[in-house]
Design a binder for this molecule. Structure first.
Ligand code: EPU
Length: 429
C-alpha cells in the first residue's frame, strides 16, 4: 500500500483543469445495462472506482472499450449474469446501482448487501422499498439482495423517499425508465449528478421530467437506445482545489467547472475572506492577505453545503482565526479526520455530529492515516500547509476518487510524492 509524503510550504497557486465527476460517471456507466445499444460516455475521470465499475460491468457481460481520451463505450447486448458479488460491492458501495437497471431489464438481480462503511451504517432500505413498490419481489438471503419480477415488467409507482438519497434516487430513476407506467419519486435528491443521469437517460429515449427538483416523474418506455453523453465536472474536486489555495494563501483558477453547482461552497469561501470570480466554466480564487476567517458549516443534501466538502472545511477552520462549528447531518460517523488533525496540532472538540474548531494558525507534520475518500483529501491538504513532512498512509482511498491528485497539486507548486508502503519518515521514526 503506497503512502503520500506532503511537505508544507508556500502558497498553492496556478491553473487546474477539473475532471469529470466520479459520482456522475458511475451511475452513467451503469445505465448502459438498460439498453442493447452502445452508450458512449466521455470525460470519464481516471479513478480506481471507474476501474471497479468496469470490472463489475465486465463480469455481468457488458462489452467495454476505452479510447485514448478516456471515453468509454459500453454495450450490454449480451448480459450473461445478474449477480454483483460481495468482493466488488464491498470495495465500492455504488455497485448497488446495478440493482435497479438489472431488475428492470432482466426481471432479476442479485446484489450483495454492501455492509457498514467508514462514514456510517449506510443502509439501502430505500432502494429496496422503491423497487418493491414497483412490483419486484425482494428477499435478503446469504448477504445478498435478491430481486425478482417473476417475468413481469416493473410497474410505475409513487415512491416517497423517507430520507433524501442520491444513489437511491438514481437507482429508482433507472428502474422506472423501463417500467410500465408512470413513476413519481417524491423527496428525490436534487444533486447535479442526478440531473446528469436524467439527461443521459432522456438522450437514450427515456421520459424523465423534474430532475433537479424534489419530485421526479418518469414515464416508462419499452426500450432504450444508445447515446453519446459527456460527464459533468466534479464539483467536489473543484471545491477541494479551491480550499487548497485558500488555506495556503494561494491564487488559483480552475477551469472546466460549473460554478453554480458549488454555490454553497463558494459562499463559505467568500465568508472566509477569499476573493472569488466566476465565468461560465471557470472559477478564480485569491486567498486573503491576512488570516482566513473561520466559518460555520452545516452539511445537508444539495443545494445546501455538501457532506463531501465537510472534511476540507474542518481543515480550513483549523488554519483560520476564530472558532467555528461544523455540523454533519448526512452521515453519522464522518469525523474520522478530526482525530488525525488533532495529532497534527488542531484544536477540535467533537460532540456527536458537531465539531467545534478553534483556529490554531499552524499545523505540524505527523504520520496520519486516511480513512475515507474525503478525509484523505483533507489530510493531504493538511500536510501541504503543516510544518515538516507529513506521511499519509492508506491513500488507496484517495485514488478511488481524485484524478491525478499529486500531479495537479504539484502543478500548483506543492511538494508531494508517492512512496512504497514500507517508507518511514525520518521525522516520525
Ligand atoms: N440512507 C438510508 N437508506 C437508504 C439510502 C440512504 O438511510 O436506503 C441514508 C444514508 O445512510 C445517509 C443518507 O441517507 O445517512 C444519505 O445517503 P445517500 O444515499 O444520499 O448517499 P449515497 O447515495 O450512498 C452519495 C455519494 C456520496 C455522498 C452522498 C451524499 C455516490 C456514488 N456517492 O452516496 O459520495 O457523500 O451521496 O451526498 O454518488 C464520496 O464521493 O466521497 C461519497 C461518499
Amino acid at each position: 500500500m503506497d503512502k503520500l509524503i506532503a511537505i508544507g510550504g508556500g502558497p498553492l497557486s496556478g491553473k487546474v483543469r477539473i475532471s469529470g465527476a466520479k459520482n456522475a460517471a458511475l451511475p452513467l456507466m451503469i445505465s448502459s445495462l438498460l439498453t442493447k445499444e452502445t452508450l458512449r460516455i466521455s470525460n470519464i475521470p481516471h479513478l480506481h472506482d471507474i476501474t471497479t465499475t468496469m470490472e463489475l460491468l465486465g463480469q455481468l457481460g457488458v462489452k467495454l472499450q476505452v479510447d485514448e481520451t478516456l471515453a468509454i463505450e459500453a454495450n450490454a447486448s449480451e448480459v450473461e449474469s445478474v449477480i454483483a458479488p460481495y468482493e466488488l460491492v464491498r470495495t465500492m458501495r455504488a455497485s448497488i446501482l446495478v440493482l435497479g437497471p438489472l431488475t428492470a431489464r432482466f426481471g432479476r438481480a442479485e446484489v450483495s448487501l454492501p455492509g457498514g462503511c467508514a462514514i456510517g451504517s449506510r443502509p439501502v432500505n430505500l432502494h429496496i422499498k422503491g423497487l418493491e413498490a414497483m412490483g419486484a419481489d425482494i428477499k435478503i438471503e446469504n448477504g445478498y439482495i435478491k430481486a425478482d419480477t417473476h417475468n413481469k415488467r416493473l410497474k410505475g409507482a409513487r415512491v416517497f423517499m423517507d430520507l433524501i438519497s442520491v444513489t437511491g434516487t438514481e437507482n429508482l430513476m433507472m428502474a422506472a425508465a423501463l417500467a410500465d407506467g408512470i413513476t413519481v419519486i417524491e423527496n428525490a435528491a436534487r444533486e447535479p449528478e442526478v440531473i446528469d443521469l436524467a439527461d443521459c437517460l432522456n438522450a437514450m429515449g427515456a421520459k424523465v421530467k423534474g430532475a433537479g427538483t424534489d419530485e421526479i416523474v418518469i414515464e416508462g418506455v419499452e426500450k432504450l437506445g444508445g447515446a453519446d453523453h459527456r460527464v459533468i465536472p466534479d464539483r467536489i474536486e473543484a471545491g477541494t482545489f479551491l480550499v487548497a489555495a485558500a488555506i495556503s494563501g494561494g491564487k488559483i483558477k480552475i477551469v472546466d467547472v460549473i460554478p453554480r453547482q458549488i454555490e454553497s461552497v463558494l459562499d463559505k469561501l467568500r465568508e472566509a475572506g477569499c476573493q472569488i470570480e466566476t465565468g461560465e466554466d471557470w472559477i478564480s480564487l485569491s486567498a486573503p492577505v491576512g488570516k482566513l476567517k473561520s466559518v460555520n458549516v452545516r452539511t445537508a443534501p444539495y443545494p445546501a453545503f455538501p457532506t463531501d466538502m465537510q472534511a476540507q472545511f474542518v481543515l480550513l477552520n483549523c488554519i483560520a482565526g476564530g472558532t467555528a462549528t461544523v455540523i454533519e447531518t448526512v452521515f453519522e460517523n464522518r469525523f474520522m479526520h478530526v482525530h488525525e488533525l488533532q495529532r497534527m496540532g488542531a484544536d477540535i472538540e467533537l460532540d456527536g455530529n458537531t465539531a467545534v474548531i478553534k483556529g490554531v494558525g499552524n499545523l505540524f507534520a505527523a504520520p496520519v492515516m486516511a480513512t475515507d475518500l474525503r478525509a484523505s483529501a483533507c489530510l493531504v491538504l493538511a500536510g501541504l500547509v503543516a510544518e515538516g513532512e507529513t506521511v499519509i498512509d492508506r491513500i488507496y482511498h484517495i485514488d478511488r476518487g481524485y484524478d491525478c491528485i499529486e500531479e495537479k497539486l504539484a502543478q500548483m507548486g506543492a511538494s508531494i510524492r508517492r512512496v512504497p508502503g514500507h517508507y518511514f519518515s525520518q521525522q516520525s521514526a
